[in-house]
Design a protein around this ligand. Structure first.
Ligand code: F6R
Length: 608
């Protein structure tokens, strides 16, 4: 996973725009960084190294020499270790062509062999480096830069979003896309390309998304889009976004993750402002579906798991939550024209999700999307989609986007339930009132539990194992709480239905192991109490999230986190995940880690 960015304009401001944009793209990868500029109209200067942007800039000074054209890259290694040689941009033999790339070139080994046989010298172990060398050959064969890139990308197998500059034609950037995200930004006599919108948000609010199979030529006079397959011009629509720049920055919080946890009342309010007509449209497709598959990865999968309980409990619809990477193996043969796939992806660009979607499309199933990203691939391949309106999420660990997904999915389940006549007026009103209250409820939970969680984080930061247990819909909460903890603290943790303990996991329990129970006053409470007893009897330390004043549970807890009373069962994961997000965050800080940049992880997983 990497981030790319490019700028061309009339003034010599490219370095600063690329440098600032790379800082905003850092969440996509941060093991190495680099930029390329054309200086004096005929010299290609590349500065790159392993390390975070600030460190590399203080060694190499990305801001000089000033130029009106530049490309940049932040890397998250897929081929080759994070070293200076493997950092992008990559250049051809003569150092006249520079390329930044996000994606994976599957046939790079055979291309590399062919190029080496022709005498090309490779400096890195990356898949990307074949691209500048292929372009070099095409230019030697007499092609223009655009034609050379076009002929090159036609030979690539795999995923790519690339930006190319060259001293041969120093007045243009050529971009191309297949399966990796790439957007183009427009402002007065200045044009941008980037892996995502926040990278260039301070400079423009008008964008176009490149689609798979498209190539673009950016000059100071404008942008021309063409088809890679036949070279014909394509007319593209633009769209505007109204995110504030402040929203994409930390706003005084020490980390994006904490800022984003605290943004949840706001993001939930936005998730309640969705246009009814889109919810209605999706609900009608779901209602008509023979079977419904809820497909996603990671945190978005946990939202799908919770949603399967929502659909079942209130709409009486069996919706199958499926981990996207398993979809083909699990249901690939079974899905068909009468089925509906609801793909949930914050980024709208997750490779495994898009792959499952492609397959389902091929089988003529109806594709629906839920995403946070306007113009993402998922929005373009869905028959109908909802954009959850959470604003940019920069912290690698998903927080505000999870609760917003849950709220959207709950609204959708309600719509389907109403269409099917499964809810009485009273039940419907009760749920609607509680949905509307959710932003305030989350505000209360944040206020009431944060100090207690900080103390718990101090007590438990040195533990080397945690268990998260819940039942019913809160199995999803347990799984998500566990994912938050392990991804940003690296503490091995387990999560499963509390009912499963006796089937094996209980054997690991010994004195002092912290076990976190998600135990609202719902239909599973009685059984959960039994599970808590089992754990206590074996010496576990219980941390229980339960309704305030729930004496029976409080007595069983070594520590308890009081939660608001009267939350309808299908909405409980929304407030109950909040203390678990905070716990993961504060334990990560206690352990001296950077919760925004967990090792080995990237925000958007756009490769297989
Ligand atoms: C965890 C996390 C990941 C993502 C997963 C799917 O905190 O962020 O597990 O949830 O990579 O990403 P999207 O939702 O963009 O498809």
């Amino acid at each position: 996973m990497c981030g790319i960015i490019g700028f061309i304009g009339k003034d010599d401001i490219a370095n600063k725009i690329i440098f600032d944009g790379l800082k905003r793209l850092e969440y996509r990868g941060y093991d190495s960084v680099g930029i390329a500029v054309i200086s004096g109209g005929n010299r290609l200067i590349v500065k790159k190294d392993a390390g975070k942007i600030g460190e590399v800039h203080s060694k190499l000074n990305f801001l000089e020499p000033k130029s009106n054209i530049a490309i940049g890259h932040v890397r998250w290694a897929t081929h080759g270790a994070p070293t200076m040689e493997n950092a992008h941009p990559h250049v051809d033999c003569s150092g006249d062509i520079a390329v930044v790339h996000n994606g994976v070139i599957e046939n790079f080994l055979e291309l590399k062999r062919e190029l080496e046989d022709k005498g090309h010298r490779f400096r890195s172990r990356t898949d990307t480096e074949v691209i500048p060398h292929l372009i070099e050959d095409e230019i030697k064969a007499g092609r223009s830069l655009y034609e050379a890139v076009l002929h090159t990308v036609r030979r690539l197998k795999g995923s790519y979003a690339i930006a190319v500059i060259s001293t041969f034609e120093p007045d243009k950037i050529i971009c191309a896309r297949n399966e990796s995200p790439l957007i183009i930004g427009f402002s007065d006599n200045a044009f941008y390309c980037a892996s995502d919108i926040p990278a260039i948000l301070p400079y423009t609010r008008v964008f176009s998304s490149m689609d798979n199979g498209e190539i673009a030529i950016l000059t100071v006079n404008g942008v021309e889009f063409k088809s890679i397959s036949n070279g014909e011009s394509i007319s593209k629509k633009t769209f505007s976004v109204d995110w504030s720049i402040e929203l994409a920055e930390k706003q005084g919080y020490p980390h994006f993750m904490l800022k984003e946890i605290h943004e949840q009342p706001l993001s939930l309010r936005n998730a309640l402002r969705l246009q009814e007509q889109y919810l209605d449209l999706l609900a009608r497709f779901i209602d008509r579906g023979e079977r419904v598959f809820l497909v996603a990865c990671g945190t978005s999968y946990h939202a799908c798991l919770a949603a399967s309980y929502m659909f079942s409990k209130i709409a009486k619809v069996a919706a199958f939550p499926v981990i996207a990477s398993e979809f083909l193996e699990q249901y690939g043969e079974a899905i068909g024209i009468d089925d509906v796939m609801l793909a949930v992806s914050q980024s709208g660009e997750t490779y495994d999700v898009l792959k499952a979607v492609d397959h389902a499309r091929m089988k003529a199933a109806t594709i629906l999307g839920l995403t946070n990203t306007v113009g993402s691939t998922l929005t373009r391949v869905s028959r109908a989609y909802i954009v959850q309106q959470s604003g940019p999420e920069i912290g690698v660990a998903a927080t505000k986007t999870f609760t917003a997904q849950l709220l959207v999915l709950a609204q959708l389940a309600m719509k389907v339930a109403n269409l099917r006549g499964k809810l009485s007026q009273q039940e419907s009103d009760f749920l609607r009132d509680n949905l509307r209250k959710m932003p305030d409820v989350i505000g209360e939970v944040l206020n009431s539990c944060e100090e207690k969680i900080k103390k718990l984080a101090k007590i438990y930061a040195k533990k080397n194992l945690f268990l998260f247990l819940g039942r019913g819909i809160n199995v999803a909460t347990a799984l998500e709480g566990r994912l938050k903890l392990l991804e940003i603290t690296y503490i091995p943790s387990l999560a499963f239905s509390a009912a499963e303990s006796k089937h094996g996991p209980i054997s690991i329990i010994e004195s002092g192991i912290p076990v976190i129970f998600i135990a609202p006053r719902d239909s599973t409470r009685k059984d959960v109490i039994g599970n808590i007893m089992e754990m206590k009897a074996r010496g576990a330390e219980t941390i229980i999230l339960c309704e305030e004043g729930d004496k029976e549970l409080i007595e069983l807890a070594n520590h308890h986190i009081p939660m608001p009373k009267g939350i309808p069962e299908i909405l409980t994961p929304i407030p109950y995940i909040i203390p678990l997000q905070l716990l993961a965050y504060y334990i990560s800080v206690e352990r001296g880690l950077d919760p925004d940049k967990p090792r080995n992880l990237a925000k958007s997983v756009t490769v297989p």
